[in-house]
Each structure stands twice: as C-alpha cells, then as structure tokens.
Design a protein around this ligand. Sequence first.
Ligand SMILES: Cc1cc2nc3c(=O)[nH]c(=O)nc-3n(C[C@H](O)[C@H](O)[C@H](O)COP(=O)(O)OP(=O)(O)OC[C@H]3O[C@@H](n4cnc5c(N)ncnc54)[C@H](O)[C@@H]3O)c2cc1C
Length: 300
Amino acid sequence: MKKLCVVLDEREVQDNPFQPDMWRIVRRYPLTSDVNFYQARPVDVDEALKMNYLPGQFIMLSIPGEGEAPFCISSTPSRPGLLEFCIRKMGTLTSSLFDLKENQTVGIRGPYGNSFPIDKMEGKDIMIVAGGMGVAPLRSLLLYILDNRDRFGKVTYLHGAKNPGEMLFREEFFQLKERDDLNCLLTVDKDDTGKWTERTGLITTLFKELGPIDSKNTYAAVCGPPIMYKFVMENLVKLGIPKHQILMTLERRMKCGVGKCGHCAIEYLYTCIDGPVFTYWDVLHMKELIGRGVSDKVIA
Ligand SMILES: Cc1cc2nc3c(=O)[nH]c(=O)nc-3n(C[C@H](O)[C@H](O)[C@H](O)COP(=O)(O)OP(=O)(O)OC[C@H]3O[C@@H](n4cnc5c(N)ncnc54)[C@H](O)[C@@H]3O)c2cc1C
C-alpha cells in the first residue's frame, strides 16, 4: 500500500506543469551595474542536451520559497547544453536572483511561449533592432542566425543604449563588428566617457546609414523600451517592410507561463502562449499589447 502511494506521488510530480527542474549556475558576471549575466546547466547533467527551445522563447525561473518570474533565453539552441539569461535587479525576486553565485541552484521550467518564426525567416534578409534590455531575447536570435549563417540573407544588427556603461554585451558586439557577413551598428544616446568610438544619438539615427533595403524580402525583429517602438516602427514602415514581417517581443506581467492563470490575457490572447513574439500587424489590431499611448502614436 505504501509503495502505491509513492508511485502516485511520483506521477503527480511528473504531471505537474509547475514543477521546475533544478539547474546549477555555472557562470555569472556583471554586464552593467544592475544587470547580471548567467549560464546554467541542469543539476542532472544527462538532461543538459534535452532542453529544446527556439529564439524568442522564455523560461520561468524560481528560487524555492521566494518566488518565480519569466525571463528571456539569451542563448541559442545551436549551442546546446547551457542556458543563458540576464537579470535586471528590479524588486524582490530579481534582487535574490541577482545575488546568486556560481554553483548555487535555481528552479527552471519551460521553455514557454511562441518564438521567432525561424522557418519563415530563413532565406530572408534580417534586421534586428535592440534597445537597452531588449537585447536579452534578440541575442538568442542573432547568435542562432550567425551559427546558421548560410540559411539567411543580409543581416543587419542595430543596438542602442543610454550610455556606453549601459550597453549589454558591449565587448561581444565589438567583436561581431569584425565580421564581414554582418552589418553591426552600435549607438549610445550620450557618451559620458569620452572614449566611445561608435555612433552617438538615438537608435533611429542608425537607419540613415542602412543603404538600400530589399524591404519585401526582409524580416525585422525589435525589442526595447515601449517608447522606442513608436520611432522604430515609423522607420521600418517607411522602409516598406510588410507589417506581418515586423516582429516585436513584448513583456506583460505573467504568473503561470502556460495559459492557465489569465494574468497576461489581452482580449482573447494570452501573451505567455500566443506571444511573447507578435507581429506589428497583431499590435495594430490589438492596441493593448504594447500600451495604448504608444500604439496610438505608432499607428498614426
Ligand atoms: C516574457 C518576459 C520575459 C522577461 N525577460 C526578462 C529578462 O530577460 N531579464 C529581466 O531582468 N527581466 C525580464 N522580465 C521581467 C521580469 O520577469 C520582472 O522584472 C520580474 O518579474 C520582477 O520580479 P521582482 O520580484 O524582482 O519584482 P517585483 O518586486 O514584483 O516588482 C518590482 C517592480 O518592477 C515592476 N515590474 C515587475 N515585473 C514587471 C513587468 N513584467 N513589466 C513591468 N513592470 C514590472 C513592478 O511593478 C515593480 O514596480 C521578463 C518578463 C516577461 C513577461
């Protein structure tokens, strides 16, 4: 009788969609004063190659007894075995995650959400526009494309930050600038160091440097602070990129990540399962996705 109970308990645990797996932090370093970078692998090393995900998906990250929240995956599935993510210190949970040290463990469940439509993007020119923390999901897409470079056309990467110290993955992008199969343009709103060698100005100033674009053959992927979308969308539409080929990854407050709790619902969409990647076309038809104030101006 006792044995039967144990078997049922195990089955319950296996069937529980909210049961996280334990992962170990194997590397951690600061990207800026309030954002840390982490690499993690499953405590059970045999599981390391079993995590399948696509660029644009997210995980639910937890510290037992403290809480759980969604975080973008910043690594690429083309480099399996490790998950990478960035944590910005915001409140209670992110402060605890921010203080995690190497060798400590965290709970991870997922991956969740849709992803960038990689199948449709293959063979097309790609433009990635990252502002501030928006680089977190877009780095996964960029690294995936670079690891499968022959499957994509021209690749342009635009990245803006407030100042040089706030640019996430700054050294990594400086290295990518050396590649001749990628047009990588970096800008900061303001150079407070006097040592910045790249562009200065808002991210939209980079659009002037793009040269001719085969717009109908281009997919654009954008992530950044809400205010950035208004100006970036104006530029992408002006370039003639079709609205269903402009992709935005959006953040809403989420609890369960699996479409059960309704926390992230907007009309008939759950951002956790129908998103977090939406097309500009979706946003035009559902203004609440990006916040009414911004989307009204975007549409205008
Ligand atoms: C799909 C998705 C992907 C995300 N990816 C990342 C990531 O890669 N890195 C990262 O650092 N964060 C990411 N976030 C945000 C992260 O989940 C929140 O910062 C986290 O929930 C805050 O938890 P906390 O307990 O530290 O903050 P709390 O104590 O709960 O809140 C602190 C403050 O932050 C505000 N806040 C918290 N969450 C959000 C939110 N989602 N939107 C707007 N304001 C919020 C609260 O209103 C409050 O003012 C993502 C969110 C989503 C939905």
